[in-house]
Design a protein around this ligand. Structure first.
Ligand code: DOR
Ligand code: ZN
Length: 350
């Protein structure tokens, strides 16, 4: 990376956790992620992407929704269920159809009803994945109604994640959208584990959702925690530690589904995530480590080379950023508002 005042050139960024949805929503949001190099595509459609054949068909729908010549290479994942066939997982990975498998505890989040209830039932899948070197992406929250929602990530580490990792040596795990100091500490203390950190969790704490009125566009899962946790995430992201990398978890929903008595979880950050992350790194005096977080660490974890082409970020006085909302058919989809002006403009020669 080349750093001059107000100008940064970096390898084309990737997104290691992205929701592109399907149908009209896919058509509306795909252009906003088209300038990425690669993205790990989440499989929580209705119905979910459970087999290699499902993943190949979804990949083709994504490609069809991208503008011609878009650099984005979608890296597909399978949605792990208690009836997932280990042989299908291994064959799909060997054939280059999937890059990873996603574990959702049943009921943990949006469209997770077909997720895993009994983790012992998926042991054979974990073992086959460890043997074949296939990463497991984990939504790390328990769903036990007795556990406070703000504690669900920390409890998951003790009750579920650590036992799985001990029982399956060599299994490569990504703790998706880590939101707590406990999560950061667990990743730092262990091998064969990485973590994505979202854009929004670097910016908001739980006050943004609840103080002075309830703000559904800041509600996501895992829910944003108190300020000490946000600071731990910022320290991890900007540390240069290769185990932490950017996964936006950009998760579009129609406004009518979020602005509701039971609003759904997800922040739509695809249109403005990079100017926001650049601003965070600037505030942390860590612009020299931005490329590691957005372009290098994730690729290394997943075993890909860095993207060969480059983009430039230019800091200018005029505001950078995105529209406040986009349309998907008749629906409005609100873009994440970081609450501060953005000044890093993305220049993409491709
Ligand atoms: O906020 C979230 N939205 N968290 C998730 O885990 C799922 C995602 C979605 O699909 O909407
Ligand atoms: Zn997600």
């Amino acid at each position: 990376m080349h750093l001059m005042t107000n100008r940064l050139t970096l390898c084309r960024p990737d997104d290691w956790h992205l929701h592109l949805r399907d149908g009209a929503m896919l058509a509306a949001v795909a252009p906003h992620s088209a300038r990425l190099g690669r993205a790990i595509i989440m499989p929580n459609l209705v119905p979910p992407v459970v087999t290699g054949a499902d993943a190949a068909a979804y990949r083709d729908r994504i490609r069809a929704a991208l503008p011609a010549g878009a650099p984005l290479q979608p890296l597909m994942t399978l949605y792990l269920t208690e009836t997932t066939d280990p042989a299908d997982v291994v064959a799909s990975h060997r054939d280059g159809i999937i890059a990873a498998v996603k574990l959702y505890p049943a009921g943990a989040t949006t469209n997770s009803a077909s997720g895993v209830r009994d983790f012992d039932r998926v042991r054979p899948v974990f073992e086959a994945m460890a043997a074949a070197g296939i990463p497991l992406c984990v939504h790390g929250e328990v769903t036990d109604p007795e556990v406070d929602i703000f504690d669900r990530e920390a409890v998951f580490i003790d009750r579920v994640l650590d036992p799985i990792r001990r029982a399956t040596p060599g299994l490569r795990v990504v703790m998706e959208h880590v939101t707590t100091r406990e999560g950061v500490d667990y990743v730092r203390a262990n091998d064969a584990i990485g973590a994505t950190i979202t854009t929004h969790h670097l910016v908001i704490n739980r006050n943004a959702i609840l103080a002075g009125g309830i703000r559904p566009h800041y509600y996501c899962l895992p829910v944003a925690k108190r300020e000490t946790h946000r600071l731990a995430l910022r320290a991890a992201a900007t540390s240069g530690d290769p185990r932490f990398f950017s996964g936006t978890d950009s998760a579009p929903h129609p406004d009518r589904a979020k602005e509701s008595a039971c609003g759904c979880a997800g922040c739509f950050t695809a249109p403005n995530w990079l100017p926001i992350v650049a601003q965070v790194f600037e505030e942390e005096a860590a612009l020299d480590r931005l490329e590691q977080f957005v372009s290098l660490n994730g690729a290394t974890f997943y075993g890909y080379p860095a993207n060969e082409d480059r983009i430039t970020l230019v800091r200018r006085a005029d505001p950078a950023g995105a529209p406040a909302e986009i349309r998907a058919d008749q629906d409005r989809v609100t873009v994440f508002d970081p609450g501060f002006p953005l000044h890093w403009h993305v220049e993409d020669p491709a």
